[in-house]
Write a protein that binds this ligand. Structure first.
Ligand code: OKP
Ligand code: ZN
Length: 343
């Protein structure tokens, strides 16, 4: 069926959170996960009203967040909401503890809920992140009602690194996982993560699940964040064994190689699984000019990828993950989304 328009969800309060810095090799860097990212994508979508319909999501009911995240992590975000406007908490102590001593009411204990120093807490994190998750949940709700349409969640902050109980990698709430949990009530789900980085949070959340297959294509974790997850031997556990797939790529990967693995290895596994829904966790940090990722994709490559995804004919929604070249993000997002139209 010819697809008329893609409904896109975004809420302005997602922009309240403005992380300033991160540190790398002793240098203080401008934080790559800036509000500019979402703003440029939003502007680019707005230029094509015949292709994209922009909408604000409804507020996310807490129960959906609780289906994915531990209560104590949510408590910590509420604790962060009590910080003053001048305070930003960067974790610097990461005890591997899970004892009764760990107290999410105490912001100094945030390191027990975090695996990365580049992901700060302040009093805007909860508001921005819950609206970010509201976008993906709204897309999931709509997809259930209209499986023949395509939905895009302009989620920001991103989510795929966040696990049940830990944040990191610029991610606080796992927007993709929260949406997939919603879809899972109606059928089998595949999450295909095409961000440059491994979706360790999403993998973790569904690791024991045989109803949600998680597939991630990403830069080799020996060299790229999140470093400790994303290896091909991580295949799932218990009932979930065989339902997690990781494909790794080296620095400077171009579309030909990525396309080959996607079409000949990843997509056949999706078809075999016969999902009722596909959730694409999409990052544009694979772009040649991206300051964080290290592949060499071109703008038109995102169109090519999307066209391949439409061939499997599964009701699909897209959740925005990474992508840090603000200059090109709008064009790349439009290129990708166009690939889902008129298939
Ligand atoms: C988030 B997403 C060290 C650099 C850490 C983290 C990258 C997070 C990427 N300070 N880099 O998957 O696009
Ligand atoms: Zn990424």
């Amino acid at each position: 069926m010819a697809q008329k328009r893609i409904t896109c969800y975004f809420h302005p309060d997602q922009l309240l959170f403005k992380p300033k810095y991160e540190w790398a090799f002793g240098l203080r860097l401008k934080h790559p996960e800036s509000t500019k990212r979402a703003e440029t994508i939003y502007k680019a979508l707005k230029k094509h009203p015949q292709l994209f319909e922009l909408k604000q999501p409804n507020k996310i009911p807490m129960k959906y967040i609780r289906e994915t995240h531990r209560a104590r992590l949510i408590t910590l975000y509420n604790t962060a909401s009590e910080l003053t406007d001048l305070e930003t908490f960067y974790t610097s102590v990461f005890p591997k503890l899970n004892s009764t001593k760990v107290d999410p009411i105490n912001i100094r204990h945030a390191g027990c809920f975090c695996f990365d120093s580049g992901t700060p807490l302040d009093n805007t994190v909860w508001k921005a992140s819950s609206w970010s998750a509201a976008c993906s949940v709204e897309a999931a709700n709509q997809l259930i009602q209209h499986p023949d349409k395509i939905y895009y969640a302009l989620s920001r902050p991103p989510g795929h690194h966040a696990t049940q109980s830990q944040y990191g990698g610029y991610c606080y709430l796992n927007n993709t996982a929260i949406a997939a949990k919603k879809l899972r009530k109606k059928g089998r789900v595949v999450i295909l993560d095409l961000d440059f980085h491994h979706g360790n949070g999403t993998q973790d959340i569904f690791y024991h699940d045989d109803q949600v297959m998680t597939i991630s294509l990403h830069g080799d974790p020996r060299f790229f964040f999140p470093f400790f997850w994303g290896y091909p031997d991580e295949a799932g556990q218990g009932k979930g064994l065989g339902y997690n797939l990781n494909f790794i790529f080296q620095k400077n990967t171009q579309i030909e190689e990525f396309h080959r693995i996607l079409v000949h290895h990843a997509l056949p596994r999706i078809e075999q699984f016969q999902p009722d829904y596909l959730v694409v966790a999409m990052g544009f940090d694979s772009f040649k000019e991206d300051p964080v990722g290290d592949f060499l994709f071109e703008t038109q490559d995102y169109f090519t990828i999307a066209q391949e995804l439409t061939k499997i004919k599964v009701p699909t929604m897209i959740v925005q993950e990474g992508g840090y070249s603000s200059k090109s993000l709008g064009l790349n997002a439009v290129s990708f989304l166009k690939g889902f139209l008129n298939s």
